[in-house]
Write a protein that binds this ligand. Structure first.
Ligand SMILES: Nc1ncnc2c1ncn2[C@@H]1O[C@H](COP(=O)(O)OP(=O)(O)OP(=O)(O)O)[C@@H](O)[C@H]1O
Ligand SMILES: [Mg+2]
Length: 271
């Protein structure tokens, strides 16, 4: 990009911070982390929104049990706007609330990116302290559009411990840290770090290797925000829309309280 033609990133007037949750890899827990972080921030009293930018595989409707909800579309000053669905105090928006996910899954990149932009621009977010954005795996059109077009406060990177995953994730960090369109990398979250059975909290089974999150954080000089264990309840409850139960389970809550604390310190909300 030349000096004469700098990138101008759009700021959402009433949204103080946009935080992206990303990873180069699929299935590592991006949506789980995004939803749990949004829940924690909302429970701490921050006005919070959660956008599902995973046009190809939206999971927010299921996680919040709002598959049957259809957002209301309203006209505001001649512009078509969408009212978000509110659950547990969080303003939620997902393409899965409008389009059959099987149909969205075959959209080409530019169409998917324009669907994502429409959801950001046309949702009536109102005043938000934090808008958390869950992204699809990879580093495609959706990620690049988000970075090029919006003033994003930072990105949280999710990985699993094994090296293969961290290899893919490095590509994503390199995109987010790009000099032209990049944003601050707030830290790395290592998910599925080990397994501890609910009824044997003293036991720790390392299933997918060890130390990948820490190595990644050190390599890019960013904080390792948390190591989240595999938890059988978390998996079931996310799949049944019980985010409130997930976040109140003691094994999970302490990790997300700590993550939210580190993020709100890095991105404090000022009046
Ligand atoms: N710490 C965990 N313990 C147990 N199950 C987990 C954990 N984290 C995520 N899961 C489960 O793993 C599956 C994948 O998680 P999730 O959908 O959050 O990953 P993702 O990175 O968003 O995937 P995709 O790339 O497909 O969007 C889900 O069924 C989720 O409930
Ligand atoms: Mg996901």
């Amino acid at each position: 990009m030349s000096k004469d033609n700098p990138i101008v990133k759009k700021e959402l007037k009433e949204v103080k911070n946009i935080i992206i949750v990303a990873s180069g890899k699929g299935g590592v827990g991006k949506s789980t982390v995004a939803a749990s972080l949004a829940m924690t921030l909302a429970m701490e009293g921050y006005s919070t929104g959660l956008l599902d930018a995973d046009i190809y595989g939206p999971s927010l409707p299921m996680m919040f049990d709002i598959q049957q909800c259809r957002p209301t579309v309203v006209e505001e000053n001649g512009k078509t706007m969408i009212e978000p669905i509110v659950r547990f105090g969080i303003k939620l928006m997902s393409i899965g609330l409008f389009v059959d996910p099987a149909k969205a899954a075959i959209w080409r990149g530019p169409l998917a990116a324009s669907g994502m932009k429409q959801m950001i621009d046309q949702t009536q977010w109102g005043k938000l302290d934090y808008l958390i954005v869950d992204t699809p795996p990879g580093t495609g059109d959706i990620h690049i559009s988000l970075l090029q077009e919006y003033k994003v406060s930072g990105v949280v990177i999710v990985t699993t411990p094994q090296m293969l995953s961290t290899g893919d994730v490095q590509k994503a960090i390199n995109l987010y840290a790009d000099k032209t369109i990049g944003v601050p990398v707030l830290g790395v979250i290592e998910n599925m770090a080990w397994f501890t059975p609910e009824n044997h909290p003293e036991e720790k089974y390392i299933l997918f290797g060890k130390g990948g999150g820490d190595a990644l954080a050190k390599k890019f000089s960013v904080p390792l925000l948390a190591q989240i264990p595999l938890n059988e309840k978390l998996c079931q409850e996310c799949d049944y829309g019980k985010m409130n139960e997930v976040i109140n389970s003691s094994l999970i809550k302490t990790h997300f309280d700590s993550i939210a604390n580190q993020i709100t310190k890095q991105l404090p909300v000022t009046e």
